[in-house]
Design a protein around this ligand. Structure first.
Ligand code: SF4
Length: 63
């Protein structure tokens, strides 16, 4: 699974970090999300959940 975030589209809502805290984190100064690490297989469901619930649809998954 390959994960990317459109950082210009991210509104810093933090849903991705809540859904998959091992995969996503947010910058301290503006809340924009970034990838901590590509998800391990046991994190794929949580990563899909994060993409599904991102209010800005800023997370793209390539499976
Ligand atoms: S859920 Fe979407 S909008 Fe919210 S921080 Fe994550 S990437 Fe950004």
């Amino acid at each position: 699974m390959d994960v990317t975030i459109d950082q210009d589209g991210c509104v810093g809502a933090g849903q991705c970090v809540l859904a998959a805290p091992g995969v996503f984190d947010q910058r301290d100064f503006d809340g924009v999300a970034f990838i901590l690490k590509e998800p391990d297989p046991d994190q794929h469901d949580a990563t899909r959940d994060a993409a599904l619930h991102c209010p800005a649809q800023a997370i793209q998954l390539l499976e």
